[in-house]
Design a protein around this ligand. Sequence first.
Ligand code: NDP
Length: 286
Amino acid sequence: MAQIIDGKKVSAQVKARVADEVAALKEKGVTPGLAVIIVGDDSASQVYVRNKEKACAETGMYSEKYALPAETTQEELLNLVKELNGKKEISGILCQLPLPSHLNSDIVINAIDPIKDVDAFHPVNVGKIMIGDYAFLPCTPAGVMELIKSAGVDPEGKNCVVVGRSNIVGKPMAMLLLHKNATVTICHSKTVNLSEITKQADILVAAVGRAKFITGDMIKPGAVVIDVGMNRDENGKLCGDVDFESAEKTAGAITPVPGGVGPMTIAMLMENTLTAAKIQNANKLK
Ligand code: NDP
């Protein structure tokens, strides 16, 4: 049976580390602050935003929530982003996605000052990640790296396979593994013989968005399996992209859903907000 990688435990450790640093910054007159914008009433988004506010309180950060009606215009949203870019109490700005269909999320992300872009979605930050000279890492892939580390595994020289190539998970995930000297393969919906490739993986990251898609017979015995997926199964129960039941018999270590990558994403957001506050107050903190 595989070792279970406990995302709740690792995320609590990250948040405790961040809380210590926040307390130290406060003594120097700097309080990291996060502004979260939510447009409309998507119920999953409401839960994510609540959890982010909770994490701010837990780590001692200041937070502001802007809940805007679904009919908010692009101009109104951009005006708010502009205002927050200039607000000194706010170190990080996060616009909860997806936005209602009449709003263009690319334009909104591009309007966030890159130094306050704690999701690391702005093209400037994406480019920096590619180069390997970054302040912020995108929260979910950064959380996955922490989980791999917590399992005592070093990606260097390992065959790593990432299933999924989205801009927010798959692509940056592959890049972070590459920066750690792994040999990385990225798979997607047009990949031929997927299971032949996944079976070569010492570290397998699933970010597909399809319930229980990766089964035990697609996994190399002893592999580290990280499940980013958040789906509903046929009974409406939360489940990952990995069929946990069959996978845990083959894997060496595996993340559960829930309780794996999910809690890490928020913990890494707190870390990014702390980093943003440190950069913005570098003179004060000398
Ligand atoms: P996207 O839908 O943007 O991307 C899915 C990727 O999976 C695409 O690259 C797609 O390929 C690929 N894919 C789809 N079908 C197959 C297939 N049959 N074989 C191989 N690859 C396939 O999803 P996201 O990256 O945004 O999210 C992935 C999952 O992670 C979702 O379940 C999401 O809910 C979850 N998630 C969880 C987070 C967390 O905090 N735990 C945060 C973000 C996401 P192609 O490009 O060819 O279409």
